[in-house]
Ligand binder design. Structure first.
Ligand code: NOJ
Length: 574
């Protein structure tokens, strides 16, 4: 049962900033905090309520800040603590809240805890991490057969102590041992440090990996064998572990419940059952989760994301509808198609050529029409596209580089085939710098950007978008405003319509006698739908659309233009 009144984050729209790529104020080619501050009016005009800032803490940048060496210090490339405080003050002055990234499944190997931990088995910090002895009589003698998210084994040898340590990501990102109460206390303290500075919440990096599946004998189990060779997909082994809920409830008890803040847990492999428990407003620990089911629909079933497959629209309908339906009564959804780990949704599910603008608006309509909190990733509001990577030398992302080396050097797969996967799924697609103007490097930096700007910046940039009333930017502005104006968008019950339609995603939101119909043509050609019964023979209002309005008769079918999206509003009193 939901409590009243509904919390502010349920009617908010979040904007994600990837600081390295947002705006560079000092010409070193790397985005920074003063750069963000200089763009707050742009965000204010867009209308977003919350900024989620990817990590800005001190880090050797093995994984662009998701490897933290000091949780209380600002990465010098990004600025100083004064810059941070000024940015936060300026956000608050504009009524924008700030959600920080909390990366506590692992630290950097340069974190002081790990420097200490690896020195000796009796160092007071040794038990902050996860260690295991080699297994006699097995080749290789690794404690488990898990493959890391960034390729290779999850186990790395530590000479001084003669043991392996666990890293679910790169070998420079050792996993913390959450079974140790001192670790949890340190995490609570650092959360308080930022909340006391005035931040408004956290996005919690892979938070459902913190509880490992320990066996009674103190070892971890092998992953099931699904392919030849020693290493097997290991990522799933550390998801949704037995003490996850305990650890999160303790965090709520110790920290979160004392602040008016918002939390979203990144939770790959989360099911709707888990989400209902974790995000239940009374009993749950977090406000919402990032689930990933819809992000796997364009990969071969059971394979990694690099094994490409065209999206089947019916899979998307089934998946998103299940999340909407299962969280209808308890829990809360986060709504997204983009972030710094995903390729640009427009290139992925829409069309980045002829119908770029139409398909960007269509995908936005799909997401912003649903029940939950929508997330906009920087540049999404401009209709930014994937980058035309031709060679691996143009890439920077550790996941992509390691995958490429493993595939090409390790397994002899054809370079062209691997590059095709990189172009489709590489994380650098979303990390290319923001395109602000037609100035060199898209106005992102006066220096040489750390990652090349997409050459289409001359056409796709914020200055052009702000000046053009018909742009993707203004469409997002309208969607964000609508959420503020129409309670049906925030609270309305979701129902999938015309489920079998292979081309068009149609759903309704219902609140009292209000109906909001959301209609999204996923094809670069005309398509038709059965006219939803809520509007047959009724007066209805077009709330928003991505093609010029045209008169429609009240016939049994509704014709749609390429990538056409519509939001129609009706009252069903009679
Ligand atoms: C998820 C983050 O979003 C991603 O960028 C990062 O590489 C991994 N977690 C490891 O922290």
């Amino acid at each position: 049962m939901n409590l009243n009144p509904s919390p502010w984050w349920q009617s908010s729209v979040v904007y994600q900033i990837y600081p390295r790529s947002f705006c560079d104020s000092n010409g070193d080619g790397i985005g920074d905090l003063p750069g963000i501050t200089s763009k707050l009016d742009y965000l204010k005009t867009l209308g977003v309520d919350i900024v989620w800032l990817s990590p800005i803490y001190q880090s050797p940048n093995d994984d662009n800040g998701y490897d933290i060496s000091d949780y209380r210090a600002i990465m010098p490339e990004f600025g100083t603590m004064q810059d941070f405080e000024h940015m936060l003050e300026q956000m608050h002055a504009r009524g924008i809240r700030l959600m920080m990234d909390l990366v506590v499944n692992h630290t950097s190997d340069e974190h002081e805890w790990f420097r200490q931990a690896r020195l000796s088995r009796d160092n007071p910090y040794h038990d902050f991490y996860i260690w295991a002895d080699p297994v006699e009589g097995r080749e290789p003698n690794h404690p488990t057969n898990w493959e890391a998210a960034f390729n290779g084994s999850v186990w790395e040898w530590n000479e001084p102590t003669g043991e392996y340590f666990l890293h679910m990501f790169s070998k420079r990102q050792p996993d913390l041992n959450w079974e140790n109460p001192r670790v949890r206390r340190e995490v609570h303290n650092l959360m308080r440090f930022w909340l006391d500075k005035g931040v408004d919440g956290f996005r919690m990096d892979v938070i459902n990996m913190i509880s490992k599946p320990w066996q009674p004998d103190g070892t971890l189990p092998d992953a099931p064998r699904v392919r030849p060779g020693f290493l097997q997909p290991g990522f799933g082994m550390s998801l949704n572990g037995p003490r996850l809920q305990d650890f999160l409830l303790e965090m709520k008890q110790e920290v979160l419940r004392h602040y008016d803040c918002v939390t979203v847990g990144e939770a790959p492999g989360a099911t709707t059952e888990l989400a209902r428990v974790i995000t239940d407003r009374e009993q749950g620990a977090l406000d919402m989760l990032f689930q990933f089911e819809h992000m796997h629909l364009d990969a071969q079933p059971g394979q990694s994301k690099w094994h490409l497959k065209a999206l089947d629209l019916s899979d998307l309908k089934v998946t998103l509808s299940r999340w909407q339906d299962d969280l209808a009564e308890s829990g809360w959804n986060s709504l997204y198609l983009n972030n710094h780990d995903q390729p640009r949704s427009l290139s992925r599910f829409g069309c980045d050529g002829q119908y770029r603008v139409e398909s960007a608006k269509m995908l936005a309509t799909l997401i912003h029409g649903m029940k939950g909190t929508p997330y906009v990733y920087q540049g999404e509001e401009l209709g930014m596209t994937n980058f035309p990577f031709q060679s691996i030398e143009e890439c920077q992302d550790i996941e992509t580089l390691n995958m490429y080396a493993d595939a090409v050097t390790g397994r002899g797969i054809d370079r062209a085939e691997v590059m095709q996967a990189v172009r489709a799924k590489g994380r650098d697609n979303s990390r290319t710098p923001m395109q602000w103007t037609t100035a060199p490097h898209g106005g992102f930096s006066t220096g040489i950007p750390w990652l090349a700007v997409n050459p289409n910046f001359t056409e796709i940039n914020a200055a052009a978008a702000v000046a053009d009333e018909e742009s993707v930017y203004h469409y997002y502005r309208s969607l964000i405003e609508l959420r503020r104006e129409m309670p049906v968008l925030v609270h309305g019950q979701y129902a999938l319509l015309d489920a079998e339609n292979p081309d068009v995603y149609v759903y309704a939101r219902a609140l009292g006698d209000e109906r909001l119909l959301v209609i999204c043509n996923f094809r670069a050609r005309e398509a038709t739908i059965a006219t939803p019964s809520d509007i047959v023979g009724r007066a209805y209002r077009r709330v928003l659309g991505n093609w010029p309005e045209r008169s429609r008769d009240a016939s049994q079918t509704l014709a749609l233009r390429p990538f056409e999206a519509l939001m129609l509003h009706a009252r069903v009193t009679d």
